[in-house]
Structure formats: structure tokens, C-alpha cells
Design a protein around this ligand. Structure first.
Ligand code: CP
Ligand code: NVA
Length: 318
């Protein structure tokens, strides 16, 4: 396995199944250490810079809390008060951060922006969400699936929600693990799937036996699913007008996950949601608060998996 030290974490397409499992296994260990109150300050004296150009509750807090547990100091920088908002170039900003911090965690718009930071920085760049991908969320989700389902093999995933970062990231992970991935969505949104991810998924599925299907038939996507994934119908989308959002919401409403929809999944199937949830839109209260949903356990895993990721990329653990 390639060393993790100093690697970027921009998309899960850059990581093999074994490498992902190494992160998840370490995350399990760190989770246990935290439960047992054992110190795990593997990154004492190091620093991580954090730039968030979009809203966040879980990602920002889980990175900051996780950094503290590792003995790592996290600095949050509000982009609106940085010189980049007054026209300083991305390159100059990246090269400056590289001199102070041991890593950068960044949530931004286009994937090209995180790629550019990675190009200009020697230190690791961690993608905390772009329009195209949300790889940190998927680390937590993989750990959650293994905890709740007891396995990472032979899974059917039924995905309902926006064709955006989470759709692409679930597709990438499903192909790496050989899962059957079914998306239910209005036809007109199918073509929005990130072409780079689609190409990777098609190629990887041929090697792992996974499948990728898009359907307008919600029942087909959810029937016998081990995991039902609900995602907001309207993501944090730059440029969308209020009118566009209302229209999109109306088009997606027939795909809401309610109790009847959830009953089509396997009896031991689980509901997952990265949060924030828009209760009454993509999911009803009965489902998200119901017996097949553990969304706060899922959210907790953001912290454990990000700690494992930082410990490996920043060289605290080989
Ligand atoms: N799931 C997730 O990324 O949540 P936040 O937007 O609150 O960070
Ligand atoms: N698809 C959502 C994910 C939020 C964590 C968005 O980008 O708004």
C-alpha cells in the first residue's frame, strides 16, 4: 500500500479499497480510544488551516473537535475576511498557507479549486466538500454501514436526492466496493452526473462487479435495499434562483422517503442521511427518527474518520 504521508484527499477516486479500509480500521481504533478515555494525541504541535466557503455544522465542528483530540491546532479562516476576497490569487494564498500550516481543509465550490490548492501546496489538502464530491462524508458513511450492517459486501444502495456531490461520492464508493447502486430521480437530472466520476464508476464496476443504475421508479430503487440514502433535493447551489429551487423541489417531492417507501427496503435495511435534513422534503420525521435510522451515529463518525485521515496524512501514524 502506498504511504499516506503528505497525500492529498481530494476524491475517493484517488484511493484504493485497501487504503479506504485502512482509514476505516484506524477510525474504529480511534473511536474506541475516545470511548475508553485513552490519549491519542498523535499530532501534537502540528496545525491545520480550515477554509469554508459554504455553510457547515458537522464538517467544521468534527474537524475542529477531532484536531483537538489529536493535539493538533485547527485554525478556521473566514474567506470573507481573507485577502483572497479582495483579489489575492489562489496561488499566492495556497503558497502562504503552505508555510504556516501542516495541512489545509477546504470546503468550496468547484473541484478545480481544491485541485488548484493541491497543485500549489506541498502539504496535504483535504476536500471538505465541493460541488462535485464529499469524500470525508463517505468515509464516515462506510464506517457506519460496516457498524450497522456488519459487512461491506453484497449491498444494494437506494439513493434518493440531488445529483451533486453526494450522488457522485456514493457512486464512486459503491463501485470501489462492488455494490449495486440505484438512483431514483426525475429523468431530466440524470445527465448532471459528474462525467469524471461516471467514467471511473463504469470502469471500476467492471473490475468489482458493482452496478450503477438510474431510474424514475422509486420502488425499483428502494426494493430490497440494504441501505436507503436520503439527500437534500436542493443542495447548496451557487447561482440557483429562489424560483429554480421551488421548481426543483416540486419535481423531486414524489421521491420523498416516507414510511411506506422505507417498508420496500430489506427488513434489516437502514436509512442514512449526511444531514442537514430537510424534514418533510426528502424524508419524513417518521423515517429519520424511526427505528431504521441512526443519523447521529452516522454524523459522529465524521469525527472519527477525519481523525484517522489526518493522523495518516500528517504522518502521526504510519
Ligand atoms: N454532512 C455535512 O457535511 O454537514 P455540514 O454541511 O453541516 O458540514
Ligand atoms: N448535497 C449537499 C450536501 C450537504 C452536506 C449540498 O451540497 O448542499
Amino acid at each position: 500500500m502506498k504511504s499516506f504521508k503528505n497525500r492529498d484527499f481530494l476524491t475517493l477516486m484517488d484511493y484504493s479499497q485497501d487504503e479506504i479500509l485502512r482509514i476505516i480500521d484506524l477510525s474504529d481504533e480511534l473511536k474506541e480510544k475516545r470511548v475508553n478515555g485513552e490519549s491519542h494525541a498523535y499530532l501534537q504541535g502540528k496545525t491545520v488551516a480550515m477554509i469554508f466557503e459554504k455553510h457547515s455544522t458537522r464538517t467544521r465542528l468534527s474537524f475542529q473537535a477531532g484536531a483537538a483530540h489529536l493535539g493538533l491546532q485547527a485554525f478556521y479562516m473566514d474567506p470573507s475576511t481573507m485577502q483572497i476576497s479582495r483579489g489575492e490569487s489562489l496561488m499566492d494564498t495556497a503558497k502562504t498557507i503552505d508555510r504556516y500550516a501542516d495541512a489545509l481543509v477546504i470546503r468550496t465550490h468547484e473541484q478545480a479549486i481544491v485541485n488548484d490548492f493541491a497543485k500549489y501546496m506541498d502539504r496535504p489538502v483535504i476536500n471538505a466538500l465541493t460541488n462535485e464530491s464529499h469524500p470525508c462524508q463517505l468515509l464516515a458513511d462506510i464506517q457506519h454501514v460496516r457498524e450497522k450492517m456488519g459487512r461491506l459486501k453484497n449491498l444494494k444502495i437506494g439513493y434518493v436526492g440531488d445529483v451533486w456531490n453526494m450522488a457522485h461520492s456514493w457512486g464512486i464508493v459503491s463501485s470501489i466496493f462492488g455494490w449495486d447502486m440505484m438512483y431514483a430521480l426525475p429523468k431530466k437530472y440524470e445527465h448532471l452526473f459528474w462525467p469524471r466520476a461516471k467514467e471511473f464508476i463504469e470502469k471500476t464496476n467492471k473490475e468489482t462487479g458493482g452496478s450503477f443504475t438510474m431510474t424514475q421508479n422509486l420502488k425499483e430503487a428502494i426494493t430490497d435495499a440494504d441501505v436507503v440514502v436520503g439527500i437534500t433535493f436542493v443542495s447548496m447551489t451557487r447561482g440557483a434562483t429562489e424560483e429554480d429551487m421551488k421548481k426543483k423541489l416540486a419535481e423531486f417531492m414524489p421521491y420523498q422517503i416516507n414510511t411506506e417507501v422505507m417498508s420496500w427496503a430489506k427488513d434489516d435495511g437502514i436509512f442514512m442521511h449526511c444531514l442537514p435534513a430537510h424534514r418533510g422534503e426528502e424524508v419524513t420525521n417518521e423515517v429519520i427518527d424511526g427505528p431504521q435510522s441512526f443519523v447521529f451515529d452516522q454524523a459522529e463518525n465524521r469525527m472519527h474518520t477525519e481523525k484517522a485521515l489526518m493522523a495518516l496524512l500528517l504522518g502521526g501514524i504510519e
